[in-house]
Design a protein around this ligand. Structure first.
Ligand code: NAD
Length: 502
């Protein structure tokens, strides 16, 4: 660990447990064993606020992935995991949730230091969301069942359906909510009786490795959960085409999701894709303006805009446009830009130099395209991959900054004159992950909800997520759902059984 990172951890008094974990050599978790990459390769992990080396992680290989799949297959095909009674799976998932809860502060610090995000947000959202997800799906383990059917066919039959776990699930996750996104996929998979192989994002693998220690401690049998760290182009592609994987559950960008989907189809793997977004926000003049301005700013700048369903395109009724922009800017000015461990941090650094440069590139593009830079738009002096929260005014839907996912703290705005125009502008996108409405007119809100082509609609709110509610996109934002009872359907096969009765 570089001295700059050591100083940073010391300045904010991180837990001894966190320091211990970050100081030790990192290993993959395969078949219950802690192993290096098969060729010994490792890669640096950079801490985003100091830009210094935090640690190294193994760069797994296709051979590592294959060993992990064999371990997961053995547990699924032969047990004991697949033979456990549902209540026993439920009990183990609760035990895992208990351990995550007990180590929640440490996990939040690891997530913050690895990804750069606010430690307070990590504790309240990422870690709490992880605990809640495992608890919610623990309860489902004993509530999965088929149905008996009364067929009209001549003859005397007992006809019924069985719900059976889909098998070994390959899980690929991005870097913005590393632990929580993994939990969304694992909770439901484990509840149904599947086994899993996880590939965390190469930028943020540490919380998954600490989580694996808790998996071991919880007494979940070796091979049920395997963590293979490494590059998407190596471990991810090997996973997409591995014949031992029955289902792929991917969260990440739309282009990578497309290539994962195509590779999966060659073997008819089951598929869930949670992809990118460019979620519209419509603010009507009858909304509570100060409250809406705060919610819109939080909805786009939370996690420094590195949120798939961030409300990044704001359409604002013309009569309140100048006033709303001013309220947005005034509130945004109160959001502290700071390293993630600062308890008051709201705007943390981007995850990497590459991401910072990409966001700054989009800000330059917005200016070239003729959008008016209304607020922010600059990097921040000193070390750290920061970008100021940025607001563009008077944008048009044909601009690339309005159509493409920037994945940073950038809000594009424009005025509208009628409800019909606002709806058309909101739906004019290749994406369809989420949409938000700000209005106190219930009739209008209920009329618009069915017309918005998005997997989630928030009203007078943004990014309110809960394990009981399904999350997933329309159009190029994805395929299938994570969370909610709906997710279970994507992890279960349905078997039809016909028995001729005498
Ligand atoms: P990414 O697509 O670059 O990477 C996601 C994961 O895929 C990483 O683990 C990466 O290593 C792996 N990967 C890369 N190339 C691969 C390949 N060829 N085959 C298999 N796996 C490969 O995305 P990212 O930059 O890590 O994350 C940001 C993106 O994720 C954004 O587009 C964001 O909107 C999206 N996202 C979506 C949701 C959702 O629920 N819809 C949630 C979070 C993030």
């Amino acid at each position: 660990m570089d001295n700059k990172v050591k100083d940073y951890l010391q300045a904010f008094g991180v837990l001894e447990a966190t320091q211990r974990f970050l100081s030790k050599p990192q290993r993959q978790f395969i078949g219950g064993a802690w192993v290096e990459a098969s060729d010994g390769a490792t890669s640096e992990v950079i801490e985003p606020s100091t830009e210094a080396v935090l640690t190294r992680i193994p760069m797994g290989t296709a051979a590592d992935l294959d060993r992990a799949v064999q371990a997961a297959r053995a547990q699924f095909d032969g047990g004991p995991w697949s033979q456990l009674k549902p209540l026993e799976r439920e009990r183990l998932l609760h035990r895992l949730a208990d351990l995550i809860e007990r180590n929640g502060d440490e996990l939040a610090q690891i997530e913050s230091i690895d990804m750069g995000k606010s430690v307070e947000q990590a504790r309240a959202v990422d870690i709490q969301g992880t605990i809640d997800t495992f608890r919610y799906f623990a309860g489902w383990a004993s509530k999965i069942h088929g149905r008996t059917v009364e067929p009209s066919l001549p003859g005397n039959y007992l006809a019924y359906t069985r719900k059976e776990p889909v098998g070994v699930v390959g899980v690929i996750v991005p870097w913005n909510f590393p632990l929580q996104t993994m939990a969304w996929k694992l909770g439901a998979a484990l509840a149904t009786g599947c086994t899993v192989v996880v590939k965390p994002a190469e930028l943020t693998s540490l919380s998954a490795l600490r989580f694996a220690e808790l998996v071991e401690q919880a007494g979940i049998p070796a091979g049920v959960i395997n963590i293979v760290t490494g590059r998407g182009s190596v471990v991810g592609t090997a996973m997409s085409s591995h014949p031992g994987i029955d289902k792929l559950s991917f969260t990440g960008s739309t282009p990578v999701g497309c290539s994962v989907g195509k590779a999966s189809m060659d073997q008819m793997k089951r598929l869930t894709l949670e992809l990118g977004g460019k979620s519209p926000v419509i603010v009507f003049a009858d909304a509570d303006i100060p409250a809406a301005a705060q919610a819109v700013a939080n909805g786009v700048f939370f996690n420094s805009g590195q949120v798939c369903d961030a409300g990044t395109r704001a359409y604002i009724e013309r009569s309140i446009y100048p006033q709303f922009l001013q309220a947005l800017a005034e509130y945004t000015a109160t959001l502290k830009i700071a390293p993630g461990l600062d308890p008051d941090c709201f705007i943390s650094p981007m995850v990497s130099r590459k991401q910072q440069q990409s966001v700054l590139g989009y800000i330059a593009l917005g200016k070239e395209e003729g959008a008016q830079l209304y607020y922010g738009g600059e990097p921040v002096a000193g070390p750290g991959f920061y970008v100021q929260p940025t607001i563009f005014a008077n944008c048009r839907n044909d601009m690339r900054v309005v159509q493409e996912e920037i994945f940073g703290p950038v809000l594009v705005t424009q005025p509208f004159d009628s409800q019909e125009e606002a709806l058309a502008l909101a739906n004019d996108s290749a994406f369809g992950l989420a949409a938000a409405l700000y209005s106190n007119d219930l009739g209008r809100v209920h009329g618009l909800i069915p017309q918005l082509r998005a997997g989630t609609v928030y009203v007078n709110a943004h990014s309110t997520l809960d394990p009981s509610m399904p999350f997933g996109g329309y159009k190029q934002s994805g395929y299938g759902k994570d969370m909610g009872a709906e997710q279970l359907e994507f992890l279960l096969e349905t078997k039809a059984v016909w028995i001729t009765l005498p």
